[in-house]
Design a protein around this ligand. Structure first.
Ligand SMILES: Nc1ncnc2c1ncn2[C@@H]1O[C@H](COP(=O)(O)OP(=O)(O)OP(=O)(O)O)[C@@H](O)[C@H]1O
Length: 253
């Protein structure tokens, strides 16, 4: 259904899809991410970690939505915080809450918006949005008011809008949280078909079982990084151990 194979060339020849070197990120002097470094070329990369471990902050830096305090961050060779044109062409994001992402009142306008950002004319964007909806069997959604759709359907509109732009990399920040099992499976099937690199934050290790690599963040640093099976087993064991204690009752300040 989707073309757009990852073209692993940035501005300076062959490079990794993700390059992070000595990344730190601080807010008001408080360091949230500490000295993170890794290269990634796998097509399916998971990110796990406890609440507050820095997962969303890391992918926001990766997407160029916030600038690192120090270090180098590149996606397909581009510094997306500095090169917003490259960001639009290179990377798509799917957040947990579709309502934080959707801007337009109807489905076709929403799908067409990203295509306009890519430089298509109004007419071409509308025609391409229609074609993409057709490829998903959703032409009957074209003029539907997004408010009428369920959360799962709105999340599918966001996914279709991202896939329509044929990004090389898609960041998924808990997009399945709060969705029922059939909706999760359907969205998962669409994602399985894309040739884009997926970088997927989730609290559900099951979703990442078939991934090639998982990075476990703990308190803003990489705790473990490797094959999904090994990392997810160690992560789940640690989470079970912590869950058997009462560490969420502590209140600081
Ligand atoms: N702009 C900010 N100002 C202050 N603190 C921040 C800011 N952004 C993130 N933090 C803090 O950084 C830490 C990491 O937050 P982040 O949202 O990245 O974690 P997370 O792993 O995605 O958490 P969750 O699983 O709960 O979504 C948290 O303690 C959070 O409160």
């Amino acid at each position: 259904m989707f073309e757009g194979r990852v073209e692993r060339l940035g501005t300076e020849g062959a490079t990794s899809v993700v390059e992070i070197s000595d990344l730190t990120y601080a807010v008001d002097g408080a360091e949230i991410l500490h000295n993170i470094s890794f290269l990634a070329d796998e097509d399916r990369i998971g990110i796990v970690g406890r609440n507050g471990s820095g997962k969303t902050t890391l992918v926001r830096v990766l997407a160029g939505l916030i600038e690192p305090t120090s270090g180098v961050v590149r996606v397909c060779g581009f510094d997306l915080a500095k090169d917003r044109k490259a960001a639009v062409r290179t990377l798509g994001i799917l957040f947990q809450n579709p309502d934080h992402q959707i801007i337009f009142p109807t489905v076709e306008e929403e799908v067409g918006f990203g295509l306009l950002q890519l430089g298509l004319s109004k007419t071409d964007a509308a025609a391409e949005a229609h074609r993409v909806l057709q490829s998903f069997g959703k032409t009957h959604w074209a003029d539907v008011a997004i408010q009428q759709l369920s959360q799962g359907q709105r999340q599918l509109v966001c996914l279709i809008s991202v896939l329509a732009m044929k990004p090389k990399v898609i960041i998924l920040d808990e997009p399945f949280a709060g969705l029922d099992i059939p909706t999760t499976r359907q969205l998962g099937r669409y994602l399985d078909q894309t040739s884009a690199t997926l970088i997927h934050i989730t609290h559900d290790p099951e979703i990442l079982r078939a991934y090639q690599r998982v990075i476990w963040l703990e308190k803003g640093a990489v705790e473990m990084d490797g094959a999904a099976k090994a990392v997810l087993t160690a992560f789940t064991n640690r989470m079970e151990q912590i869950g058997a204690s009462d560490d969420i009752s502590h209140v600081s300040g």
